[in-house]
Design a protein around this ligand. Structure first.
Ligand code: 6PG
Length: 225
């Protein structure tokens, strides 16, 4: 069942939610597998998180999606996370699984698929402890945009997805990987997106984000008001 948490302290509540999940995961499993989302919303959250006292060497960072650009490009989700979280928190390169947007999209997706498969262990697929997601005005999440092929992917964890809206490829997590997470949290700092959230949580929505339904994990919408 999804819960909607409305907050007037979005940044601090989001950072605290992530930190609490990290401490619990590390205490239980000795590691915290955190999937980062891109876009603008998470920037201040990542920066606040970087200032917290956490067992950073136990973190493993993945990216829910990436633009098909290099790591130095301003469009890169990796670059955004590098500047707001990874560098300020002193995260080692070995703790970060970067999607290589500079490669051919299908090659980059295949490479990332292999990285996650190698880390799945006894699970049928890689399990995130916490996966952060954003929500677009068109109801997309990660780079699962309306009407795109990746919405139908039922086996792979990561695919290259052509997005006609921007006439570009993106590399994105798929629903099977997203829904395997122990906890999924949507981060929204704009109350104007609440109607989309309410349509999705009310059931029957065909927005891409509506198909984020963790198989056995928790789903939370954290909305700044
Ligand atoms: C991306 C994100 C995308 C983002 C939403 C919301 O690569 O852009 O993964 O899914 O989370 O578009 O973006 P904002 O946070 O900028 O509103």
């Amino acid at each position: 069942m999804a819960e909607i948490l409305r907050t007037q302290s979005f940044v601090s509540d989001a950072a605290r939610l992530i930190a609490d999940c990290a401490r619990e995961s590390i205490a239980q499993r000795g590691q915290f597998r955190l999937g980062l989302c891109g876009g603008n919303t998470p920037r201040p959250v990542y920066f606040a998180l970087a200032g917290m006292d956490l067992a950073w060497d136990k973190f493993l960072f993945t990216f829910g999606d990436e633009r098909c650009v290099g790591p130095e490009d301003d469009q890169s989700n990796f670059k955004m996370a590098q500047g707001t979280l990874l560098r300020p928190a002193g995260i080692k390169e070995a703790n970060v699984l970067r999607m290589r947007g500079e490669l051919d999209p299908h090659t980059a997706a295949d490479e990332y698929e292999g990285k996650l498969a190698a880390l799945a262990g006894s699970d049928s697929r890689f399990v995130h402890d916490l996966l952060l997601l954003g929500l677009g005005d068109d109801g997309h999440t990660a780079s699962l945009f309306p009407g795109t092929e990746a919405l139908a992917e039922a086996d792979r964890n990561v695919v290259a997805n052509f997005v006609p809206k921007f006439s570009v490829y993106r590399i994105t997590f798929t629903y099977p990987l997203i829904n395997a997470a122990r906890k999924v949290v949507f981060l929204l700092d704009k109350p104007q997106k609440l109607p989309i959230v309410e349509e999705i949580t009310g059931g029957g929505s065909d927005y891409p984000a509506a198909k984020v339904q963790p198989v056995s994990g928790d789903l939370t919408w954290l909305v700044g008001i």
